[in-house]
Design a protein around this ligand. Structure first.
Ligand code: URA
Length: 431
């Protein structure tokens, strides 16, 4: 066995002392961690040094490459069609992937989408889809290819062999307060998307109380970093900064959000969900070099996106016609006065939905498919005393009190002049 070329402690000290790491140092550090030559506490210390002292563009690109090189990469060239994917940094009521993947496929671009499960107050795409009876998230690479070839779109879980370094480092970051680092978030997201083999990528970077990035400036820095990494790796990448101060649509929760997605695919649904879905679809088509095909707004109305949704769900074992699960208990919140909904905070709605059982506290917890919240009145809309504001859904009525405790901090009824300023739905575009 040849001796290791470096001592881990020297590389940690270099980052602690704000030195730039060289490409060979980065390659070795990540590879040695995967080989268990570097201990968990050493990678934890490195993550904290990176969080505190940052990385330059070259270091981030190399750190991302080291994650990619730790596992397999996928290749969809045999499909003979352009491919595009979307990644959202996560938000409350963000069900956009569900209508978006079949919509883009209906416009001529294949969508190989590897998604995750929710942790904390933001929901996970796989948890939502698993509320459809029979639907399977875990596909082999061959099955993924077959679904893509047959339907044009697939949404499934990433295999254990895709960027395994990220999988382990992300778990460490979660318990060492090192999640909120732009270099580490960028490398984590982009390594998985580049390894997934998509030709084009559109990033939906959320901004606001319900998002990772609370300010437009932070979100722009994250978006610019990720767009740079993607384009450097040969994936045509662009980003939209979009609002997450107010929750998206009218529902948060697994089956509730699947139903809202089906409403959008049926040509209806909430205006903000429709607008964001169409905007992201146009970006994906353009990034994939296929903007002269059918317009996404047409594909939502003529049933072609819905046809692909049904085919995609069936191909993964689901029954698109089956009734969705509903929660055993519901609780309504009524307006106590006339006025306007002057504030509706995404984080409070997300936390309340999570406390009702829609999300999980630990990775191994199960989610309740029927749990969540519907808001019957949107931000800035008028209300009269006694009108239904929210319906809370859960299988365990003991959860209502703690959900209401946080929900009541997240909304107010007042006069028209008191309606809070909200972010525009589409804040900016980063190319
Ligand atoms: N999502 C990821 O996959 N990684 C991060 O670091 C943050 C969000």
């Amino acid at each position: 066995m040849s001796p290791e070329p470096y001592a881990a402690v020297d590389i940690i000290a270099a980052k602690r002392d704000r030195h730039e790491l060289t490409d060979p140092q980065i390659d070795w550090f990540v590879d040695a961690y995967v080989r268990n030559v570097i201990a968990e506490e050493q990678m934890s210390a490195m993550a904290m040094a990176i969080l505190l002292n940052g990385m330059n563009r070259r270091e981030i690109v190399r750190w991302t490459k080291a994650y990619i090189d730790s596992g397999e990469t996928m290749d969809w060239s045999a499909l003979g069609r352009p491919t595009a994917d979307k990644h959202s940094t996560g938000g409350v009521g963000d069900k956009i992937t569900l209508p978006l993947a079949p919509l883009v496929a209906a416009c001529g671009v294949s969508v190989p989408q590897l998604s995750g499960r929710g942790l904390g107050h933001t929901g996970g795409t796989l948890d939502k889809l698993e509320s459809i009876p029979g639907w399977r998230a875990n596909l082999s690479n061959t099955e993924m290819f077959e679904v893509l070839q047959k339907t044009g779109a697939v949404i499934c879980a990433a295999s254990q062999t895709l960027a395994p370094a990220d999988r382990r480092i992300y778990a460490l970051r979660d318990v060492t307060a090192t999640v909120e680092s732009i270099p580490l978030i960028s490398a984590s997201i982009m390594s998985k998307k580049i390894a997934e083999g998509t030709g084009a990528l559109v990033l939906d970077v959320k901004v606001g109380s319900g998002a990772f990035m609370k300010t437009v400036e932070q979100a722009r820095e994250l978006a610019t970093t990720m767009v740079g990494i993607g384009n450097d790796a040969g994936v045509t990448t662009r980003a939209l900064l979009t609002a997450m101060d107010v929750p998206l649509g009218r529902t948060a929760g697994n089956a509730l959000e699947v139903q809202e997605s089906i409403d959008v695919l049926s040509g209806g649904g909430p205006a903000d969900v429709v607008e964001l879905t169409i905007t992201l679809a146009r970006e994906m088509l353009e990034a994939a070099g296929a903007s002269n095909t059918k317009d996404p707004a047409v594909a939502l109305q003529d049933g072609s996106a819905m046809d692909i949704w049904r085919a995609m769900i069936s191909a993964q074992g689901g029954d698109p016609a089956a009734a969705l699960p509903t929660a055993r208990e519901t609780h309504e919140v009524l307006a106590t006065s006339d006025g306007y909904l002057t504030r509706l905070d995404a984080l409070a709605v997300g936390m309340a939905s999570w406390r009702l059982g829609a999300g999980r506290a630990r990775k191994e917890d199960a989610v309740q498919f029927g749990a969540g919240i519907q808001w019957h009145v949107g931000h800035g809309e008028s209300v009269v005393a006694g009108q239904k504001l929210f319906t809370l859904h859960t299988d365990e009525s003991t959860r209502f009190a703690s959900a209401l405790e946080v929900l009541t901090t997240g909304y107010e009824i007042g006069s028209e002049s008191e309606i809070s300023q909200r972010l525009p739905l589409i804040i900016d575009r980063v190319l």
